[in-house]
Design a protein around this ligand. Structure first.
Ligand SMILES: Nc1ncnc2c1ncn2[C@@H]1O[C@H](COP(=O)(O)OP(=O)(O)OP(=O)(O)O)[C@@H](O)[C@H]1O
Ligand SMILES: [Mg+2]
Length: 337
């Protein structure tokens, strides 16, 4: 079973709620017990700012047993496109007469390319860890909810497409075989006046073989992100209505994808004694927060809810992150167990 021996944790939530800070603090906490890698998948990186050091596209040691990456998006998209174009040229080599480069240029600007490239990157990191078992825990700091959900939905959507395409291809190959049996000759296609022999056998057909490879990749990523013993998605919210509504919708969407969420972090909880004499604005803020916390208890009844206070100083640097990670002890213990 892929990923059986390591754990994957995604931090997900609305913009600015504290995903990067929580992912960094969690990773630091986890690294005291297990070798941990934290990966920023947000094109607007600030994982390095949170740790207080420069990060790059290759793992950099941040503390004992803790490594971090800020994925280089330009490089990632170029690599994704190159692998796509190489495959297209390889599979459709006999169609060179059609000037495939023109189609390839269009791909760069096609919608969804960033999501596919990000999924490719997640896959690359996970596969490499299946092969080399370098890290015990891999933490993903993600871009705001919408983009992340689109990335997480890709394996399910792609699975539907690939299965349909495989059936379609099988039907085409079946028909070719019938024609071959009838004529006693290999099927030939004519493109722009040139004649090519085309395969009728699944084992020889490069398109069918590519679909099988894609299906394997989709099954691999699904087997990791849908297995709650391997992967965990942690929702981060603030004690405010909008991030909570968004998290509730995300939860429903993830559940449709077969992804289970066990933990909700309520970050930036403003804790102050209710008996203190407060200015009106602050008491209003506290009353709103109380209402938001009531909503959280209502919406996330079956989840473990972790509260992290609003700190007076921005939680940056290893010392402050270590203090912050203490609030996540239950999550850390659960993942490192
Ligand atoms: N518990 C906290 N107390 C005080 N400040 C906090 C806390 N958690 C996060 N912050 C601050 O809130 C801001 C946003 O945090 P962070 O960058 O981690 O959020 P994010 O969800 O990753 O944002 P983005 O969606 O832009 O990636 C930062 O300035 C961070 O230092
Ligand atoms: Mg962030």
């Amino acid at each position: 079973m892929p990923g059986e021996n390591f754990k994957v944790v995604f931090f997900l939530g609305k913009g600015g709620v504290g995903k990067t800070t929580c992912a960094a603090a969690f990773a630091l906490g986890a690294s005291t017990a297990k070798k941990t890698l934290v990966v920023s998948l947000d094109p607007a990186h600030n994982l390095g700012d949170v740790f207080g050091m420069r990060l790059g596209d290759v793992p950099k040691r941040v503390a004992d047993n803790l490594y971090a990456i800020e994925v280089d998006f330009e490089k990632m998209i170029s690599k994704h496109l190159k692998s796509l174009t190489d495959k297209i040229k390889d599979i459709y080599g006999h169609l060179r007469v059609l000037n495939l480069d023109r189609y390839v240029d269009v791909l760069r600007h096609s919608p969804g390319i960033e999501e596919y490239a990000t999924l490719d990157k997640i896959m690359e990191i996970l596969k490499s860890n299946v092969e080399n078992r370098e890290y015990d825990i891999i933490v993903f700091d993600t871009p705001p909810t919408g983009l992340t959900l689109r990335i997480m939905a890709l394996p399910s959507i792609s699975a539907i497409w690939v299965e349909k395409l495989m059936k379609l291809r099988e039907a085409i190959l079946d028909r070719r075989r019938i024609i071959e049996e009838f004529t006693g000759e290999k099927t030939r296609a004519v493109i722009k006046g040139k004649e090519f022999e085309v395969p009728s056998d699944k084992e020889e057909d490069p398109i069918y073989k590519e679909l099988v490879r894609m299906k394997k990749e989709i099954d691999f990523i699904n087997s990791i992100i849908r297995d709650s013993k391997v992967s965990m998605t942690v929702l981060v919210v603030n004690p405010e209505a909008l991030p909570i509504f968004e998290a509730k919708r995300a939860l429903e969407f993830l559940s449709k994808l077969g992804i289970n969420v066990q933990y909700v972090i309520v970050n930036k909880v403003f804790e102050i004694s209710e008996t203190a004499t407060l200015p009106k604005e602050l008491s209003t803020k506290l009353a709103q927060e109380k209402e938001a916390l009531r909503l959280i208890n209502d919406y996330f009844k079956d989840k473990v809810v972790i509260k992290i206070p609003l700190l007076y100083e921005e939680p940056k640097g290893l010392d402050k992150l270590t203090s912050l990670s203490k609030y996540m002890n239950r999550l850390v213990n659960d993942v490192v167990a």
